[in-house]
Design a protein around this ligand. Structure first.
Ligand code: HEM
Ligand code: PLO
Length: 488
């Protein structure tokens, strides 16, 4: 189906009529790892057919930068898929929405909401995150050094930050709604993350149990969002815009007269945009915090080095703030290394070519799906020294004082027009949550002596499997608290 006259296409996997390359893509490994292996046979860029969809996989950073940055606009569309269409009410919101006025308006409104939460405002993000870090540490102290699965507390902390951002509200730890959310979020991510046949052969959805489960859980999620939306709409005051929902409601009222039907903001669009930000806000940050905790259990010397840095630069008389970031380069390097070795989105979100174009010397026809293999880029042995090893020092200079970027083969948040919109928030959360936890607690292996598996499982985000550990209040922290108590 590709016109070949004088054109050069990436090498293609074998393919059959109707099925395409499907049987050649079957593997027991995670897709991104299998795609990385295929590089040996097919090269840095290759293609295959997913049923009738033509897909190109990009495994090298220089080609990936061409897609994301140099030709960012040409590759800024997203595929339309059965699963994401169900999630987003046919492509509304941001992450799975096609390139166009709806996507642009939603993205701009989220960005304007971030400026609401900047610097001097009484509700700045730093304050909100620190409040949640405080509740998080209290909850961890309540575990009294017993074996604990960190999933719920990490979920709650990230959910509350994003809930403040979206609705100016938050949940208490024992609120049933939090568990409901954690449940549906888990089912949704797992089902969306499966390489589901439904997205290749839409008619199979009629028989798919997964689809039924997905629909049911998305319905629960939408009910919860609608409930929040309804309560909020009643209180809405156009002269006092405090969060994402206010921002979008205001835009709806002010702009709709001016907008064409194509870019009109409806309640459904608002709901789906908030749903994206909410979903991205909880699933990504809480996952990275769990990975970081797991790596620190595996590498106790990393934990010790960060704690030493915190003890020296911050001490025990105050808690960490964002401006401490440049003082704690080893913690920053550790976060960078976690995002390298276990990227949140190992294949990013698929991109789609909006016109006939090219990558390197290869012709790329309009509508081609592009998978950027971030896993391959972050584990490239020609760019990274011992890429499978966890070594935060690789991001530090010789004196271990200055952060460095050893290669350009690294972009955990993507880049270009579709770049992650929450990078600033995510980095702030990771720094504050981790520094608050390590100032107060030693992370210790659970009583059964089992270390968490670092293998992971792709479920829309690359997640760690559930594990337990012990949070032991540090002696130095406890003593410092007693001293300050006596001084009072
Ligand atoms: C998209 C990474 C946290 C909101 C993305 C993409 C990546 C990414 C790789 C896809 C880029 C592409 O397709 O080219 C991460 C990482 C995070 C994180 C590593 C945490 C450590 C967040 C947070 C939010 C967020 C906290 C919400 C506030 C989004 C949205 C998109 C996106 C809305 C879609 C952008 C679009 O399609 O225009 N993120 N993200 N992310 N992220 Fe994040
Ligand atoms: C998480 C489950 C929610 O119920 C819905 C949702 C919305 C946005 C998605 C998010 C899920 C998973 C992580 C995604 C995010 C948009 C950007 C982010 C894909 C499916 C990343 C890491 O790319």
């Amino acid at each position: 189906k590709l016109r070949s006259l004088g054109k050069k296409y990436p090498m293609c996997l074998p393919h059959l009529p109707i099925l395409g390359s499907l049987i050649y893509l079957k593997s027991h490994e995670e897709t991104h790892i299998y795609f990385t292996k295929l590089k040996e046979k097919y090269g840095q860029i290759y293609a295959f057919w997913l049923g009738s969809y033509y897909v190109v996989v990009v495994n090298h950073f220089s080609l990936a930068k061409e897609v994301l940055l140099k030709k960012g606009k040409e590759f800024a569309c997203r595929p339309q898929m059965v699963t994401t269409d169900i999630l987003t009410d046919t492509g509304k919101g941001i992450a799975f929405s096609k390139y166009g006025p709806q996507w642009r308006t939603s993205r701009k409104l989220v960005q304007s909401t971030f400026s609401l939460f900047k610097d001097r405002s009484s509700q700045n993000l730093e304050k909100i995150i620190c409040q949640e870090a405080n509740s998080l540490c209290k909850a961890l102290a309540n575990t009294q050094g017993q074996n604990t699965d960190p999933a719920l507390v990490c979920f709650l902390a990230s959910a509350n930050v994003i809930c403040q951002f979206c609705f100016s509200s938050s949940w208490k730890q024992d609120d049933e709604e939090v568990k409901t959310m954690m449940n549906f979020s888990e089912v949704i991510t797992k089902t969306l993350g499966k390489d589901s046949l439904v997205d290749i052969f839409p008619w199979t959805q009629l028989f798919s149990k997964d689809m039924a489960l997905l629909k049911e859980n998305i319905m629960v999620r939408n009910k919860l969002l609608e409930k929040k939306f309804k309560i909020h709409k009643e209180k809405f005051d156009i002269d006092s815009v405090n969060n994402l929902l206010d921002m979008m409601l205001k835009a709806k009222i002010n702009n709709n007269g001016l907008l064409t039907q194509e870019s009109e903001i409806t309640d459904k669009h608002i709901l789906m945009t908030v749903g994206d930000i909410f979903g991205a806000g909880v699933e990504t940050s809480s996952s990275v915090i769990k990975w970081s905790i797991a790596y620190m259990l595996h590498y106790p010397q990393v934990q010790e080095t960060i704690q030493k840095e915190i003890d020296q630069k911050i001490g025990f008389t105050r808690t960490p703030v964002l401006s401490d970031r440049h003082q704690l380069p080893f913690l920053e390097a550790t976060v960078r290394e976690v995002l390298r070795i276990r990227p949140v989105a190992p294949l990013l979100i698929p991109h789609v070519a909006r016109t006939d174009t090219s990558i390197g010397e290869y012709t790329i026809p309009k509508d081609t799906r592009i998978y950027i293999n971030l896993w391959s880029i972050h584990h490239d042995p020609t760019e990274w020294d011992e890429p499978e090893q966890f070594k935060p020092e690789r991001f530090l200079d010789k004196n271990k004082e200055q952060l460095i970027m050893p290669t350009a083969s690294y972009f955990p948040f993507g880049g270009g027009p579709r770049t992650c919109i929450g990078e600033f928030l995510a980095r702030a959360e990771l720094f504050l949550f981790l520094s608050w936890i390590l100032q107060r607690f030693d992370l210790e292996v659970a009583d059964d002596g089992k270390l968490p598996s670092l293998e992971g499982k792709f479920a829309m985000v690359f997640q760690i499997l559930p594990f337990k550990l012990k949070f032991k209040l540090r002696k130095a922290w406890r003593e410092a608290q007693e001293v300050s108590f006596h001084c009072l």
